[in-house]
Design a protein around this ligand. Structure first.
Ligand SMILES: Cc1cc2nc3c(=O)[nH]c(=O)nc-3n(C[C@H](O)[C@H](O)[C@H](O)COP(=O)(O)OP(=O)(O)OC[C@H]3O[C@@H](n4cnc5c(N)ncnc54)[C@H](O)[C@@H]3O)c2cc1C
Length: 286
């Protein structure tokens, strides 16, 4: 089913995974998928490594989930490191395997791989290419805080509005303060775009990794959250409990404020997502 149609039916709850790099990680992901499938997510998505080594695994994982489970799968795809014709082939292949949903991204290839720059300069160009290739539901990424390479908030909002106007829906980068999400949505509405903006949720369950990821993608990691996590820093279970509790509060604020969906960055684990589900009183997303 197409994700914009699923969004039309009501609030969505979706999960993001990445392709495993080795057998151990593959087993972890298989367990996670078995554990999360009974929650009946509205859809799930699989990231794409612009760097190369896991590109084929994204395809395999998306097709396998879509074919062998009850879950609808969306493929992430990036402009970075690809020619236009390569991208068209990848999208065509998804179409041949019955995949109807693509998240069209700029991508961040690792610097050390020496990859050529992608032929398509921006995600909006990939949205257009996917539309040319076939009848897909196309999502894009948006950045509440905004994207770290943007010259200004206004410039990033204007680019996001142009891109979302041509796509079907957006998923945000993660953030810890709901105001960033509502500011972004207000800006997009003022710019005349009213497509669904699904909120990306990353529970802060490990202090070191969440700080690193926040710095990498330009999300503010708030001092109040750092202090709460540090106060229980020597007890991993207590840290996770604080992270889950704060993520649950954020989810409630977002849903109360009208967010059309929540997209959980699972990092291929199930516990935090299950705990947030339970705390929100959800047994199944559908
Ligand atoms: C939900 C989500 C999923 C993601 N999944 C992946 C993944 O699977 N693989 C991966 O490698 N990365 C992924 N990313 C990260 C993403 O690729 C990076 O944040 C990347 O740096 C920007 O991607 P974008 O799609 O927003 O790019 P773009 O829309 O191309 O924007 C990138 C920058 O260019 C600017 N810009 C856009 N259009 C124009 C224009 N016409 N002229 C001038 N400037 C412009 C924007 O303001 C921004 O600063 C994901 C991010 C999110 C939020």
């Amino acid at each position: 089913m197409k994700i914009h149609e699923i969004l039309n039916q009501g609030t969505t709850y979706s999960f993001e995974f990445f392709p495993p790099k080795d057998d151990g990680m593959e087993e972890v992901l298989a367990r996670t998928l078995r554990t999360l499938e009974p929650l009946s997510p509205s859809y799930v998505s699989v990231t794409y490594g612009a760097g190369g080594s896991t590109r084929e695994r994204t395809h395999e994982l998306v097709v396998t989930i879509d074919r062998d489970t009850t879950m609808t799968a969306m493929a992430h795809l990036t402009c970075a490191g690809h020619s236009r014709s390569e991208l068209a082939e990848i999208v065509e292949r998804y179409g041949e395997h019955g995949i109807e949903n693509i998240l069209a991204l700029g991508g961040d290839p690792p610097q050390d791989l020496g990859l050529p720059p992608g032929e398509l300069p921006h995600a909006i160009d990939l949205v257009r290419l996917v539309r040319e290739v076939g009848d897909f539901s196309v999502g894009v990424a948006v950045h509440p805080e905004p994207h770290p390479k943007s010259p200004s908030v206004d410039a990033d909002r204007a680019r996001a509005a142009e891109k979302l106007a041509e796509a079907d829906f957006a998923i945000t980068q993660f953030f810890f303060d709901a105001r960033h999400y509502f500011d972004l949505v207000d800006s997009l509405r003022r710019l005349g775009v009213d497509k669904p903006v699904v909120a990306g949720i990353m529970p802060a369950t490990r202090l070191s990794s969440i700080e690193r990821m926040s710095a990498m993608q330009g999300s503010e990691f708030p001092q109040w959250l750092r202090e709460k996590l540090e106060a229980v820093g020597d007890d991993p279970k207590a840290v996770r409990a604080v992270g889950v509790d704060e993520a649950t509060k954020l989810c409630r604020t977002l849903l109360d404020g009208g967010a059309p969906g929540l997209h959980f960055y699972t990092l291929n684990r199930s516990t935090a997502t299950r705990e947030i589900y339970q705390a929100l009183g959800l047994t199944s997303a559908r």
